[in-house]
Write a new protein. Structure first.
Length: 253
């Protein structure tokens, strides 16, 4: 089963089908290139995707997403503990090989995610809120690379961030935050402007990115009780740019 099939199976199991444009690539409402999506098909306007795009400029890729209103306004409520806490996210699933950002080759579905979660901090190298403490910034929107795979422990057909088994030492990015999952905290700063969120990411091999395909997703994730339960599952898919997570978007098109 290839990357696109993995994603489609997961979304079907969560009941996310027939939403948006079902893979149509077009430009509308002044949007150039990328995926345009139906407005008003989810309850929260902050997570209602209307446009998603990945473009390149020099050796950088620009990940762009627009929602129907007030991107980044809503964050999870704090629970006071790690286990069972929630993560809200804006996500670009891609066909880019996980090797390009420092993981093993073909480790799973590589996605860029912009996340917020008040109950823990997973960016130990960065002080996002500027208070001199690098361990209290989880509620500030920040970026991650995540590698996803279907995981039945997350629910029938659902996706989870890939666990690192005990005793296994896979290839990892130098900014890996030390959690036992395929997650990186590279420090690329998301920029929110009204209804948009955008992240600019540098790549050693921009050509590998330009060959990639993508989709846009807004979703909630949840931290489980133990590291290999698995640790982080996708539990609530709010919107999908293509409607069926077929990854129809093409970089620079």
């Amino acid at each position: 089963m290839n990357t696109t099939q993995f994603m489609a199976v997961a979304l079907i199991s969560l009941g996310i089908t027939g939403v948006g444009l079902n893979g149509t690539v077009q430009a509308s409402d002044g949007h150039e290139n990328g995926l345009s999506s139906a407005k008003g098909d989810v309850a929260s306007s902050s997570f209602d995707i209307v446009h998603t795009r990945i473009s390149t400029e020099g050796n950088s890729a620009v990940f762009h997403m627009e929602v129907s209103a007030k991107a980044g306004q809503i964050k999870p409520a704090a629970t006071g503990k790690l286990a069972g806490s929630d993560v809200f996210s804006y996500v670009w699933p891609t066909t880019i090989d996980s090797y390009e950002v420092g993981f093993e080759r073909e480790a799973g579905i590589l996605a860029l995610a912009v996340t917020a979660h008040p109950d823990f901090d997973d960016t130990p190298l960065f002080d996002e809120n500027g208070d001199g403490d690098t361990a209290n910034d989880g509620n500030v929107w920040h970026s991650h690379w995540v590698v996803l795979q279907p995981n039945e422990q997350c629910g029938k057909g659902a996706l989870g961030v890939v666990d690192i088994a005990e005793g296994v030492k896979p290839r990892l990015p130098i900014t890996w935050p030390g959690l036992p999952i395929l997650l990186d905290s590279p420090g690329w700063q998301p920029i929110f402007t009204d209804d948009d969120v955008e992240v600019r990411v540098a790549f050693a091999d921009i050509g590998a990115v330009e060959k990639g395909m993508f989709d846009g997703v807004t979703a909630g994730l949840r931290v489980n009780e133990s590291a290999h339960a698995p640790l982080l599952c996708v539990v609530d898919v709010m919107d999908v740019a293509s409607g069926d997570l077929s990854l129809p978007g093409r970089v620079n098109q």
